[in-house]
Ligand binder design. Structure first.
Ligand code: AVI
Length: 321
């Protein structure tokens, strides 16, 4: 359902998706647009929250299993360690340090949509791990896949942080299938999967009392305001999280507290919100073994090893073709 008949002057992907998402019913926006400089910082703050257990679990898995992971990755000689959605690389540095200490021959290729995050990562690697060869690449996941295809060395691909959970199952299969098509017999893929667990633990992770996750979610509206000349009043939207323990899907919404009209000047768009109307902004899928096996089968990958955190809250799985 469209709120206006005025033809929009939409050109960028961001403009197109904001226009189509806010003129659809029910309304939706893609979580990938939460991340700008402020969104990156808010996500780093989320990762530092004790209730956002995912980061500590993955950190623990990599720390506890770094020797086994090193043996697994370096078994067939030199390789490119390609990280999709590298962010601040904090967890990956456990492996980088271990590889560096063991004098493993590899090149680190962090890939991220955020130039800002990549620059910070590159600078920190120069100081903390000067002997590691870092070749950053800025782009979306799909541009990243093209970049991966141009590289000749054996590939070890990292997709950490349960980033796969921000894709719906069909998109996740499509993405994993694309990775599978780029992999050669000796290549490996290490992915993080947040596990189904006590639903309250999940709700607490995505609905902190300090309001950091709320600010993160609302940053998508802040971006529309600053980049598309919008006039969203962030105070008039509520961050709301739901979790379905049957499907394992956590969903984030922004809920309009009042009936209101928002103007997005650069799209020549007027958007009307009824009181309590929603914008769906993010999914954070949680997994069990059955879903992971299904994803692997659908995308033509073989699960070779799985490492899990002590609490069984989180898994890192290694796949080959
Ligand atoms: C990046 N991604 C895996 C995070 C997640 O858990 O879905 C983003 C996030 N959203 C709210 N908190 C964290």
């Amino acid at each position: 359902m469209q709120d206006t008949n005025i033809a929009p002057t939409v050109t960028t992907e961001f403009e197109k998706e904001v226009y189509s998402g806010l003129t659809d019913y029910p309304k939706h926006l893609s979580s990938k647009y939460i991340y700008d400089k402020k969104g990156d910082k808010l996500f780093q703050d989320i990762m530092a929250m004790p209730t956002y257990y995912l980061t500590n679990c993955e950190y623990e898995i990599l720390e506890q299993n770094k020797h086994e992971i090193t043996a697994l990755f370096s078994g067939s000689g030199t390789f490119d360690l390609i990280e999709l959605g590298a962010g601040d690389g904090k967890k990956t540095k456990i492996l980088l340090k271990e590889f560096s200490d063991k004098k493993i021959d590899f090149t680190y290729v962090p890939i991220d949509i955020s130039n800002n995050a990549l620059n910070q990562l590159h600078d920190s690697c120069k100081i903390e791990l000067p002997e590691v060869n870092v070749q950053p690449f800025q782009g979306t996941y799909f541009e990243a896949l093209k970049e991966i295809n141009t590289r000749k060395n054996r590939k070890v691909i990292l997709f950490l942080g349960s980033n796969i959970g921000n894709l719906m199952h069909d998109q996740a299969v499509g993405f994993m299938e694309k990775i599978q098509q780029l992999m050669q017999p000796n290549d490996l893929l290490l992915m993080g999967f947040d596990q189904k667990k006590n639903p309250q633990t999940i709700l607490d992770a995505y609905n902190d009392q300090e309001g950091i996750t709320a600010a993160f979610n609302k940053n998508i509206l802040a971006r529309i305001n600053s980049e598309l000349e919008g006039n969203f009043d962030l105070e008039q939207f509520l961050h709301w999280e739901v979790y379905d323990p049957e499907t394992g899907t956590a969903k984030s919404f922004l809920v309009s507290k009042i009936e209101q009209t928002v103007r997005i000047e650069s799209l020549d768009l007027t958007v009307h919100f009824k009181q309590w109307e929603t914008i769906h902004t993010e999914i954070s899928q949680k997994y069990d073994d059955q879903i992971i096996d299904w994803l692997a089968k659908e995308s033509g990958l073989q699960l070779t090893t799985a490492f899990q955190s002590k609490t069984h809250s989180y898994k890192n799985c290694v796949f080959k073709i």
